[in-house]
Design a protein around this ligand. Structure first.
Ligand code: G1P
Length: 292
């Protein structure tokens, strides 16, 4: 790999059953942290890293995601007429100029690896990013994907974000075994999807940011179903290890696992407390609630 990444894939076709009944009509990627949907954080991170083509892998239940990135003529016109410039900019610049959104369909929920494979015709033969919007990773002015894109450009390797998790949680993640870390990076020697804590090669977990060599598509095309009967991205990465360097990257930043109730609550609390306008009021009501 010699290029800077330009394309980012967002697999957003999941059912989001953990957040039912809300997710009956609201895709989980549209769940708000105060007033910005989860997907916006991931999109901003990809754009900050240098991506100008955002590929959403979606399905027939996720029109709200496409609508969100579409132009809202009527609303924009109304806001313009009533002089609401700040609100108008918020609506208009969910995507900055020069960034395009492309939607591809994943007709059947066959797994994360399959979702990534659906993006192949748009990605073509260049390195690309995958961002799982459930994992909100916050690091002001130097997002996790930007850090990883710099590392990928310098090393020409695929790069995967990792974080230590408690050993009893290995069954929820892809888990890696690596060489010794030099600063934030280490070469991955093995990767396994959702191992039982008793057999996990470490407690170093893959979190939802990947920069991948396009060779991954060839591997995904012939991959049999893995854990949970799904086409697993982790299994394709395991095959990639034999032909290409893949680095684990300990990013700087805080991850919120917004695919779980408690992670979503944690993110909302954190963003409320650090919010420019709402922070003080949020602190007061939280303090009151704790004192009761
Ligand atoms: C997916 C991946 C897993 C990774 C996780 C990070 O799992 O398959 O390897 O550790 O995302 O969030 P999921 O959470 O979709 O079950």
């Amino acid at each position: 790999m010699t290029q800077r990444i330009r394309k980012a894939v967002f697999p957003v076709a999941g059912l989001g059953t953990r957040f039912l009944p809300a997710t009956k009509t609201v895709p989980k990627e549209m769940m708000p942290i105060i007033d910005r949907p989860l997907i916006q954080y991931a999109v901003d991170e990809a754009i900050e890293a240098g991506c100008d083509t955002l590929i959403f892998v979606t399905n027939r239940y996720k029109h709200a995601v496409a609508d969100y990135f579409d132009k809202a003529y009527e609303l924009e016109h109304k806001l313009e007429r009533s002089g609401k410039k700040a609100q108008l900019d918020l609506v208009r610049y969910v995507l900055p100029e020069g960034v395009r959104a492309v939607f591809v369909t994943q007709a059947e929920a066959l797994g994360l690896g399959h979702a990534v494979l659906c993006a192949k015709p748009v990605v073509g033969d260049e390195p690309f990013a995958v961002l799982l919007p459930d994992d909100l990773i916050w690091n002001r002015d130097n997002g996790a994907l930007k850090q990883m894109a710099d590392a990928a450009e310098a090393s020409k390797a695929s790069v995967i974000a990792v974080e230590d998790v408690p050993r009893e949680k290995t069954g929820s993640y892809g888990i890696v075994a690596t060489d010794a870390f030099a600063h934030r990076e280490a070469r991955i020697r093995a990767i396994v999807e959702k191992p039982d804590p008793a057999v996990a090669p470490s407690n170093l977990a893959v979190v939802g940011r990947y920069i991948l060599n396009p060779g991954i598509f060839r591997l995904l095309e012939t991959l049999p179903p893995g854990a949970g009967g799904e086409i697993q991205l982790t299994d394709a990465i395991a095959a990639l290890l034999a032909e290409d360097a893949v680095l684990a990257y300990r990013f700087e930043g805080k991850r919120f696992d917004c695919g779980t109730h408690i992670g979503l609550i944690e993110a909302i609390v954190e963003f409320a407390l650090t919010h420019d306008n709402l922070g003080e009021a949020a602190r007061t009501i939280m303090q009151k609630a704790l004192d009761r």
